[in-house]
Design a protein around this ligand. Sequence first.
Ligand SMILES: Nc1nc2c(c(=O)[nH]1)N[C@H]1C(S)=C(S)[C@@H](COP(=O)(O)O)O[C@H]1N2
Ligand SMILES: [Mo]
Length: 377
Amino acid sequence: MNRRDFIRNTGLTLTGLLLSPWAAYAFPNREGETLVPFADQPQDAPRRGLLDWSEFNSFITPNNKFFNVSHYNRPKIDPATWKLEISGLVENEMTLTLEDIKSLPKKETNFTLECSGNHGFPTFTGAIGNAKWGGTPLAPILKKAGIKNNGIEVIFFGHDSRKEKIRDITMPQNFARSMSVEDATDENHLLCYEMNGQPLPQNNGAPVRLIAPGWYGIASVKWLKRIEVRDTRFMGRFMGRDYVTIREEKRPDGESVWMETSVGRTKLKALAAKVTRIGDEYRIYGAAWGAPIKKVEVSIDNGPWQEVTIEPRDDDEFAWKIWHLDWKNPTTGEHTIVARAIDTSGNIQPEADSDYIKGKHTYWESNGQVIQKINIE
Ligand SMILES: Nc1nc2c(c(=O)[nH]1)N[C@H]1C(S)=C(S)[C@@H](COP(=O)(O)O)O[C@H]1N2
Ligand SMILES: [Mo]
């Protein structure tokens, strides 16, 4: 396949705009612009189910383009008989049906869900999407259940299960993740049954999943079965063994400490998603997320950091910001493009070769700056 075949028209035609239900979320593309592909993208990589950044043109990721990550099976649950148990160290144990949950106050949150493994290895760069998640807040339900004073941990169990082995013990396990009582009672968590105005799809956790805005994807437990309060820390596979980030940290005295931590809240990150052109007018589009974004900067060929234009959308605390930068008259030949996000506290997204990123020996939480190569002909 020659290069030209990769240069696809990404401009939305007027008919496309009128027919597309996502048109309201499309960000301003330039009529007639064509894609200039990055040079080192894995063209034949197994992209199935992952976001294709070269087609990035909408604030909302449509349900049929949203990535999926499932570690066990993908249970098919009858919504009519499904029940959610809330039990353990609570004053009032509860069993909620889907009808019960739908009859509670509804809240919708735009939240960019990123798998913490995203960008952990070269062919896994599209495990991210942004959706309008609809459901009811979890906090009032936990309040009604009444967490007892000795309850310190809230465990979210999914219906999906598989055999797990530790040493010589093999046991059936359900997918499960936990949070401290303080984290679990955050007012932003949703018991979610809708995705972009449609019933939550099976692969995304139907009939009800947790949506934990501000947390990596692993926290948003799908196919919810039971929420259980306990008086000890939970150390299931996805808390204590898998999704454990191992970082080699240098102490001031030079001692190296290998720190093992459970994947939790999202981290500051930006990415140049695609480059387009109309004649010699080049434009870089991208996204930034993971923390409250103050600004995004781009460096071309290791040149000075240039501030980009961010699409105004200040009502969405947990959604990615869309940005662009015009690139005037690039010379022919190979160029590098790097974007970095800066949050409202002034933190800068770490460089790919920083100690912070290089000292990380596992692939989760890879929020280093992404260097893109591009050939201008
Ligand atoms: N029950 C259950 N919930 C789960 C998972 C899973 O395997 N089982 N995977 C988690 C991970 S690692 C991610 S990244 C997100 C992915 O959500 P999505 O499939 O809706 O994109 O779901 C999380 N919730
Ligand atoms: Mo994930």
